[in-house]
Ligand binder design. Structure first.
Ligand code: CA
Length: 232
């Protein structure tokens, strides 16, 4: 990241008050901000403005946020922070595979939004890349160099944060990690955040990996990767 050039954030939100409030906060924090109320226009702006991150409202008048995110994911790993109106929406999102990096429920504290944007951008440049290092669990293989996930011969396409979360769990297999620990390690929050983001990503991983998923829920605490495939 070049310190002298402000990074561009694209804000996609049809509620004028929220869009201007979020934009003002981001500008105050040194970002260049583009905004639109339209999902279709958002896709055009992603191409023309090359933003570093997209803040994307779930409910938009034309293309909804899930569809916009899915289309962005078809061609890039551009970070997406999804805004939702209710906690319930996270349950719906969890069943879909849009591949957002993070989720924030309205109403939110703008300072928290900016902190998450900063964390996502920082993490984007320091993902695990250990020289060809791989982690495996039965037929499941993660390759940090190519950032690919395979189950046997089949490649499973994971969103960036899904890969990072699975890597973190497998790298500490057998150990329980709390949601706050996972937020800090995978998303880079240094404060207790909205831990539902972790749950949404775990559900998406389980759906994609099916029987190959190593993830075990430890009620009231967090998650762990099973120590061995047989134990899962
Ligand atoms: Ca909306």
């Amino acid at each position: 990241m070049n310190d002298s050039l402000p990074e561009t954030i694209l804000v996609v939100e049809d509620e004028e008050a929220i869009a201007s409030f979020v934009s003002a906060y981001l500008r105050k924090d040194g970002f260049d901000v583009k905004s639109t109320a339209s999902g279709r226009q958002a896709l055009a702006l992603v191409r023309s403005e090359q933003p570093s991150l997209v803040i994307l409202d779930l409910m938009l008048p034309d293309l909804d946020g899930m569809e916009v995110c899915r289309r962005i994911r078809e061609s890039s790993d551009l970070p997406v922070l999804m805004l939702t109106a209710r906690d319930d929406d996270l349950d719906k999102i969890a069943g879909l595979d849009a591949g957002a990096d993070d989720y924030l429920t309205k109403p939110f504290n703008p300072a928290e939004l900016v902190a998450r944007v900063r964390a996502i951008l920082r993490r984007g440049t320091e993902r695990p890349t250990g020289e060809g290092r791989t982690l495996s669990h039965g037929e499941l293989v993660l390759d940090a160099g190519s950032r690919e996930c395979h189950v046997g011969e089949t490649e499973i396409r994971l969103a960036p944060k899904e890969f990072d979360l699975l890597w973190e769990l497998l790298d500490h297999r057998g150990l329980v990690l709390t949601r706050d620990q996972l937020l800090e390690r995978v998303w880079g929050y240094t404060f207790a955040g909205d831990t539902r983001t972790v749950d949404v990503h775990v559900r998406q991983l389980r759906k994609k990996l099916e029987d190959a998923s190593p993830i075990v829920t430890v009620w009231g605490i967090g998650y762990k990767a099973a120590a061995s495939p047989a134990a899962s």
